[in-house]
Design a protein around this ligand. Structure first.
Ligand SMILES: [Zn+2]
Length: 383
């Protein structure tokens, strides 16, 4: 068997293969180097590898590795990309793993290339002949921007595991819920003219005032109709985030735009929320025909919930000793769940270090993570 790297060497190899994803083209990078590293290691261990180009991305790939065959089994999933970094705010090179104060520093150590280094070490110890159900490893593309990789994988429906773990940094706490996220731009097209002759123009700001009044009413109704105490902020939110309009005090404002952000609780789906928004704006759109347009600023990410009394949650709570919880950030979980499997988010490292300079993973989490992954494999693939 070809020599496989130890934990630190594999972590170093992953971190030093940059795979930044960004909506800004000058920052955006491919992820093929990371995918090829993972494919090489897991194929050496006998996994069957499938590398899939992800549509509508700048040359990005998903990788699925499968050990064993049959129905069900366990999926360990994560994203292969990282956020961009600001080198001046880092104390060391973000693309080199530095070991200091019982921590591994580097971009992606906890969010979340490190998770794959853990899986590799644990996978080395598995005897494929003992597997009763398959073990899958999925590395996705573009999680940090559009979630295109997870979205595409869900559409493909290639596998149907019993359970899935997404190894985002939760300090090994099982996460079973998060809100969705969507952002939209509302534009009002007016008719500019001299301020002394208001009857010759249409003031876009004045129409936007009516739009905002309606949005405030929608916000009120969301807050009074939906509540989930598992969240720090137990209601759905609607934020008026940015507004631009007009150019001069003595001109009738010809154009005004407003960017809003909405975060739905589990139980409200994206299409429903968009429909409420349209219904809210319809009376104004009817009053000013052709003047109001509406666009999505980036692809929405759905809310996620896994029932707290489901088998996987019970098992994860028992193995880790942590109670499940809800979080404020979005993940790939709602897409992975579309495979028809019980799904949780649970991995080493802290979300407080994710997307921050001097991102790190603590040494103390190594043995604990190995133990948790082995227990999950034992439970879902060996029995
Ligand atoms: Zn992440």
């Amino acid at each position: 068997m070809t020599h496989l790297p130890d934990f630190k060497t594999s972590l170093q190899a992953l971190i030093s293969s940059p795979s930044i994803s960004s909506t800004q083209v000058e920052w955006d990078q491919g992820n093929k180097d990371v995918i090829d590293l993972l494919a090489g290691w897991f194929s050496t261990l006998g996994f069957k590898i499938t590398i899939l180009p992800v549509p509508e991305t700048r040359n990005k790939f998903n990788m699925l590795a499968q050990l064993g065959s049959g129905e069900g089994g366990l999926l360990l999933a994560g994203h292969s990309d990282t956020v961009p970094f600001d080198e001046n705010r880092w104390q060391s090179d973000p693309l080199t793993v530095i070991e200091k104060s019982d921590k591994f520093f580097g971009l992606g150590t906890c969010d979340m290339k490190g998770f794959f280094a853990f899986i590799l070490q644990v996978a080395k110890t598995i005897d494929v002949k003992q597997l009763k159900k398959p073990l899958y490893v999925l590395a996705t593309a573009d999680e940090e921007t559009t979630m295109a990789g997870a979205r595409f994988f869900a559409e493909q429906q290639l596998i149907r595991p019993d359970v899935a773990i997404i190894g985002e940094p939760t300090n090994l706490v099982p996460v079973i819920m998060h809100k969705g996220h969507m952002s939209h731009r509302i534009c009002v097209q007016g008719q500019s003219g001299h301020s002394s002759q208001p009857h010759k123009g249409v003031n876009a700001i004045e129409i936007m005032v009516e739009v905002i009044t309606q949005l405030q009413a929608l916000k009120k109704s969301l807050v009074s109709n939906y509540r989930n105490e598992a969240f720090d902020v137990p209601e759905p939110t609607l934020n008026l985030g940015a507004i631009k309009g007009g150019d001069n005090a003595n001109r009738i404002c010809g154009h005004c735009q407003l960017d809003i952000d909405m975060r739905a609780l589990p139980g409200i789906n994206d299409a429903e929320l968009v429909q409420w928004l349209m219904e809210t704006l319809k009376p104004i759109a009817d009053k000013y025909p052709g003047r109001i347009t509406f666009e999505e600023l980036h692809p929405s990410s759905p809310s996620f919930a896994q029932e707290s009394n489901s088998g996987l949650v019970k098992v994860a709570e028992e193995i880790t000793g942590h109670s499940c919880c809800a979080v404020n950030y979005a993940t790939e979980a709602p897409y992975i769940q579309q495979l028809g499997c019980q799904t949780i988010v649970m991995g080493p490292g802290s979300i407080n270090q994710a997307h921050q300079p001097d991102e790190y993973l603590c040494h103390s989490e190594i043995s604990q993570t190995d133990r948790v992954l082995l227990a999950l494999i034992e439970r879902y693939c060996l029995t």
